[in-house]
Design a protein around this ligand. Sequence first.
Ligand SMILES: Nc1nc2c(c(=O)[nH]1)N[C@H]1C(S)=C(S)[C@@H](COP(=O)(O)O)O[C@H]1N2
Ligand SMILES: [Mo]
Length: 407
Amino acid sequence: MLIDRRRTALSPALDRRDLLKLLAAAPVAAQFAAAAPAAAAPAPAPAARGIVKSLPPELFTIRGTNAETNFAALRSSGLDTPADRFFVRNHTSTPVLSESDWKLTVWGSGLHGRRPVEFSYGRLRSLPSVTRTVLVECAGNGRNFYATQQGETVSGTPWTLGAIGAARWRGVRLRDVLHEAGISSSAVDVMPRGLDEEFISGGVNHGRVRRPLPVAKALDDVILAYEMNGEPLPYDHGYPVRAIVPAWIGIASIKWLGDIEVSDTPLSSPWTTDFYRLFGDAYPPGGSTPLSRQTVKSAFELPIGANLEAGEHHRLTGRAWSAAAPVRHVEISTDGGAHWHRARLRDTPRRDSWVRWTADWHPRRTGPAQLLARTTDRAGNTQPGRTVHNTQGYLLDAVVRHPVTVV
Ligand SMILES: Nc1nc2c(c(=O)[nH]1)N[C@H]1C(S)=C(S)[C@@H](COP(=O)(O)O)O[C@H]1N2
Ligand SMILES: [Mo]
């Protein structure tokens, strides 16, 4: 069996390192710590509110309850992002659950007989498994560039480009679970919901994190994952079971799955009405339709503002991805967009994953410079120079002008 994850925040089996991590994560653990001797221990890496894993500053930038992967930290990793550097997006905080207490309830008017059906962890594991590398990318990834590059005001976490990761997810098909639960042909929407706390924002309680999927997507390629890169899901990434919804914005991939409503009438939630739609001058008064698919981007595996030596050969590296189709090519400009040349792709482009690329640069003049990367996918989508503004700063697909200094 896999490693024992049935420890709780108060278990004596916790070691010092786990305790330090949980201290930052859970108020209950903090009470425990007050009673524990303050033994000399190395200072823990800074933690974001509510995140269990350690967040060393070379790997992550903390943004409130979230942690952004530093793109430069991906330079040494392969196509699958190791869990220790995978971004975390939490509306509240990571619940520390146990698989023995866990169950999934599938319920609603879209089931034959309308009787709820329960799946224990064991029952779920007994279904056939599938394993796939899939990207998870927050709808707000790149949001910061609306302000810094387009001079526009947007609300939300100011991610640069690191609210994305790819992992090898193993789990069961949502389709198989829905068929076992007796989904009827009248079902139209399927809504997974998390077991984390209710999300309260601006004095409004939006309830637990949930977002409907049309039945066609639910029956297509959605996975209920219990492993990430060959290990049980880490607490922060949805242990014991999360949804993985390929090509869709991250919010669809509900973590800490507790129940799934199957409905014969259309469903909505604050995550389809208030959030994750496009609002703004270019959109209707009630906003666009709810967002589904992610967009096309590229990123340098280099810190923003990095220093590069003049007169040296530099191998620039980065990644490119598109939710619509595999990447066709990536173009690089080192002179602010005047000239472009093709980057070399290091991977076979695949759907729902990214490709690593390299490009050589031999800067001669010292001073500030801007590096640009532009992805085109096989469906013909290319990153534009500018993204049409929306008030919540979703789906930035503009070419990012990556500032560096040649020294
Ligand atoms: N239950 C629950 N599921 C959730 C969230 C959450 O806060 N609670 N955040 C969503 C968002 S907005 C994103 S982008 C992804 C992030 O997944 P990760 O934290 O594993 O990177 O999880 C999604 N699933
Ligand atoms: Mo997100």
